[in-house]
Design a protein around this ligand. Sequence first.
Ligand SMILES: NC(=O)c1ccc[n+]([C@@H]2O[C@H](COP(=O)([O-])OP(=O)(O)OC[C@H]3O[C@@H](n4cnc5c(N)ncnc54)[C@H](O)[C@@H]3O)[C@@H](O)[C@H]2O)c1
Length: 255
Amino acid sequence: MVQRLEGRVAVVTGGGSGIGLATVRRFASEGAKVVVADVDPNAGKAAADEVGGLFVQVDVTDEEQVKALFQTTVDTYGKLDIAFNNAGISPPDDDSILTTGIEAWERVQKVNLTSVYLCCKYAIPHMQTNGKGSIINTASFVATMGAATSQISYTASKGGVLAMSRELGVQFAREGIRVNALSPGPVNTLLLRELFAKDPERAARRLVHVPLGRFAEPEEIAAAVAFLASDDSSFMTASNFLVDGGIAGAYVTPL
Ligand SMILES: NC(=O)c1ccc[n+]([C@@H]2O[C@H](COP(=O)([O-])OP(=O)(O)OC[C@H]3O[C@@H](n4cnc5c(N)ncnc54)[C@H](O)[C@@H]3O)[C@@H](O)[C@H]2O)c1
């Protein structure tokens, strides 16, 4: 494995599972020191232990906890180079606008969007001190495409992540701090596999739109995050980095 992140210090929120976990492994394999931040102590600690990193239990919706996360990182490893703000939820009670209540709406906004605001707010000053940094915020392909199978708060939250990342990328560009949004297509996670095993028609309705004909593996998303985190993407900021198997570019897909 190339060592593009040798000597770099990275925070990964939601690092205990899925895309976050795959990224923790990828960052470590490229030489980074990794801080795993997750609300789930078992999964988070296991991920950190696996790569010899640090686990910090944090609810990313809590301002004091987020502030402490980045301070602990700098206290432990001396600086902050990379923030992968990735924790997010997609609960079943976030559905059509006609049936989604205000409680579900607000819960999803807090975990998916307010958390990114907080993580950027408390990561950027450490990066200013460091004179550089790379922030990657997890949006989604649904930030740029509409779905008839709505998850209204989720979609709106990811649109917010996309717009906020663009704005921050522009604002802090001359200080050497790059901010990009990462927009994954559907990823082959346990939850998705269980859901689609029960309902093959539901899976087929989605798969037909993917030119590559399958969902992403978490490791394929992690590879893109490592690129955005590294100097290989040094001329990229304020962008929407789509890793979606071609979904966003497709009209008619191959049979
Ligand atoms: N899986 C997909 O198909 C897909 C597609 C596009 C975008 N995304 C986005 O990618 C990100 C990661 O998704 P995933 O599929 O890997 O999810 P996942 O459920 O496998 O992992 C999410 C992690 O975030 C943690 N987390 C949840 N709420 C938290 C909180 N309040 N504070 C701290 N940690 C918290 C969980 O404990 C978990 O470890 C999310 O932002 C998601 O919206 C996922």
